[in-house]
Structure formats: structure tokens, C-alpha cells
Ligand binder design. Structure first.
Ligand SMILES: NC(=O)c1ccc[n+]([C@@H]2O[C@H](COP(=O)([O-])OP(=O)(O)OC[C@H]3O[C@@H](n4cnc5c(N)ncnc54)[C@H](O)[C@@H]3O)[C@@H](O)[C@H]2O)c1
Length: 328
């Protein structure tokens, strides 16, 4: 299947690398064109990875015989690029967030329904083996009643110009909460966000999402010089807790007893193990290729992307109003 990548900046290059690697492994995929608004960047990536065609003109890609396009452009451009691709009959894998408004995200979901094309969203962590392990542990009741989830994504990087940590980092976590708890929406969200640098781009946020019996917190930052690249998810249940590290693929499981009568932790028998290290981006792309061929729904489908966009819109509303906001 001939394919193109639109947007070959920092993350788009990873898509190119993963596609070339799948090509080498014998998957039925051929990266035919790389596109970037910056033609010099498209040329550089094409030369580096041996891609025949490069361009800065989306029309050239739409006229070609590629069947599918990865949209890895900045968040504010996802809707316009992805909708043009789908209107030209191309399957799309759109990076997260699906769009930067719920209205646009819904239009993409409707376009996919009307055309029968695959619409997948880059909710990468659904394809992470430590997340799969945690979902299994929760499903087997290994943690008991889940009390809360706490995610930390702490980084030190120059803020994006078009969108902040809510659209770029928290979007992963509101999707993970829904995925792990099997609940499409929290009942309400309450969010604090800071921008510090005189622009309206949020660089630090604490998002609280209330799922009824489960309380979820996400702490996201681009301004954490001392916790550089800390990415963990702690799931606390009344029988046991699990801590997963997205970077090391490590899972730590500790038994606890938490009730009004007993409050103990069994650190002696804590289990720490590595799940199989896989490349989540490659797993995500394999899902996409299969869905384009078979017409089945991806693990991270357009509806999941639309739901997460709705929650982030509510989180932004909460920042604006300075109080909690009902969801969806
Ligand atoms: N799933 C993940 O874990 C993950 C990680 C990082 C980034 N991302 C997502 O990937 C996307 C790109 O992020 P990035 O860090 O690579 O950004 P980036 O700024 O490094 O790259 C974006 C590229 O898109 C090009 N571009 C801009 N507008 C375009 C247009 N209309 N058409 C074609 N090209 C265009 C730019 O010239 C640039 O080269 C974002 O949506 C981001 O949220 C996802």
C-alpha cells in the first residue's frame, strides 16, 4: 500500500522511520511521498530515508495514488489537512489531538462515516505494552476497587506556538483515563493552567477529572528542568497499586490494604518487572495498515479522538471560568 507522511518535523520523522522499518520487515507498505510546508525539510527527510518523492504541495499528494496519509502537522492544522485528505478518498492517521475544536473533530468523524475511510488518531499510549498490562491488571481485579489514577508527564522543551500542554500532553491522558476505566467521559473536569511567558500557551497544568468512583489527576509540564522526561502512571486500588513507567516499560505492583480498619503496605513482596519493550508507534501504524485493508475500527478510532477533544475543550473552559465544568 502506497502511503505519504504530511508534516515531517520532529515527530513526523519518527513516523517516517517507523514506516521505513516496517517496509524493511516485509509489511505491505511503501512510503512514497513526504510532504512538509517547508520544502527544504521535506527534501532533507526524503534524502535521509530514501523516499523517492518530496513536496510542499498537498494537492500533489492528493492527486497521487497513495491510499493513506499520516497527518503529523501542528495541532491547529490537523482539521484542514485531514479533511482535505479524506475528501480526496485517502485513509488518514491523524496525530493527536484529532482537531483543536470538538466541532471540527466531529466533522472528521462524520466524514469517515460517510466515506467508509479509516480515521485513526495518534493516541499512542493505547499501543504501549505497559498500558496494556495495566488494563489487564485492572480487568482481572488485581488492584481491587480503583480509587485514583495519577499521570505525570514532565518535560523541558520550548513551548509550541499554536497550542499548549492541554492540547499536546493532557489529551493523551484524558484518552488513557477513558480507555483504562472503560468510561467515555468524566462527570466533570477542573483544571489549573499556567503560561508564565506572556502568551496564552499553557506550559504547566493540573487536570482533575472525576469519573464518579474514580478520581483522575494529570500533571503535565514543559517547564520541568529537574524532572526531565518523567512519564509515569500510578493506579491506586484498595488491594494493590501499580506504577507504570512509559519510558522504561517497568511495572511495579505493591499490595496494600486500605480501609477504615486497616492501612498497610506490603513492600517486602512488591513485584517490579519489565513488560516487553515494543515500539508503540510501530504497533499503532500496524493497526492503521490493517484497518485500511479490512475496514475494521482502529484501537484508537476517530470517536476516541473526538471524545478526548471534547474533554480538553471542557478543561480549557474550566481554566477560563476558574471552576469545575460538567462533562461531556
Ligand atoms: N503521539 C505522540 O506521542 C506525539 C509526540 C510528539 C508530537 N506529536 C504530534 O505530532 C504533531 C507534530 O509535532 P512535531 O513535534 O513534529 O512538530 P514540529 O513543529 O516539529 O513539526 C511540524 C512540521 O509540520 C510542518 N507543517 C506545518 N504546517 C503544515 C501544513 N499545513 N502542511 C504540511 N506541513 C506542515 C512544519 O513545517 C514542521 O516541519 C503534533 O500534532 C503533535 O501533537 C505526537
Amino acid at each position: 500500500m502506497n502511503i505519504a507522511v504530511a508534516g515531517v518535523g520532529m515527530w513526523g520523522e519518527n513516523h517516517v522511520k517507523a514506516l521505513k522499518s516496517l517496509e524493511d520487515e516485509g509489511y505491505d507498505v511503501h512510503l512514497q511521498i513526504v510532504l512538509d510546508a517547508d520544502l527544504a525539510r521535506a527534501k532533507l527527510i526524503a534524502e535521509k530515508y530514501g523516499v523517492k518523492q518530496h513536496t510542499s504541495d498537498l494537492e500533489e499528494v492528493l492527486r497521487s495514488d497513495v491510499k493513506a496519509i499520516h497527518v503529523v502537522t501542528p495541532p491547529s492544522t490537523h482539521y484542514s489537512v485531514a479533511s482535505r485528505c479524506m475528501k480526496s478518498g485517502k485513509h488518514v492517521l491523524v496525530e493527536k489531538p484529532l482537531a483543536t475544536s470538538a466541532a471540527d473533530a466531529l466533522k472528521l468523524v462524520e466524514l469517515a462515516e460517510e466515506t467508509g475511510l479509516t480515521l485513526q488518531v495518534g493516541h499512542l499510549f493505547r499501543y504501549h505494552s505497559a498500558v496494556k498490562e495495566l488494563k489487564k491488571l485492572i480487568g482481572e481485579d488485581a488492584l481491587g476497587r480503583v480509587l485514583y489514577l495519577l499521570v505525570k508527564r514532565l518535560d523541558f522543551r520550548k513551548p509550541r506556538e499554536d497550542s499548549g500542554v492541554l492540547w499536546n500532553l493532557a489529551i493523551h491522558d484524558v484518552d488513557l483515563f477513558a480507555y483504562l476505566l472503560d468510561k467515555p467521559f468524566p462527570t466533570q473536569v477542573e483544571t489549573l493552567a499556567a503560561n508564565f511567558f506572556g502568551s496564552d500557551i499553557d506550559v504547566l497544568t493540573v487536570l482533575k477529572a472525576d469519573y464518579g468512583e474514580v478520581f483522575c489527576l494529570a500533571y503535565e509540564s514543559w517547564v520541568s528542568p529537574l524532572d526531565d522526561k518523567s512519564r509515569t502512571l500510578l493506579a491506586v486500588g484498595d488491594k494493590a497499586s501499580a506504577l507504570i513507567d512509559f519510558i522504561s516499560f517497568n511495572v511495579t505492583l505493591t499490595s496494600t490494604a486500605m480501609s477504615s480498619k486497616q492501612f498497610t503496605i506490603d513492600t517486602k513482596n512488591a513485584k517490579s518487572y519489565k513488560v516487553q519493550e515494543s515500539e508503540p508507534l510501530k504497533t499503532e501504524i500496524i493497526d492503521f495498515l490493517e484497518c485500511c485493508k479490512t475496514g475494521r475500527k482502529p484501537v484508537a478510532d476517530g470517536e476516541a479522538g473526538y471524545r478526548s477533544v471534547q474533554v480538553i475543550e471542557k478543561a480549557l473552559k474550566s481554566v477560563e471560568l476558574g471552576r469545575s465544568v460538567e462533562c461531556p
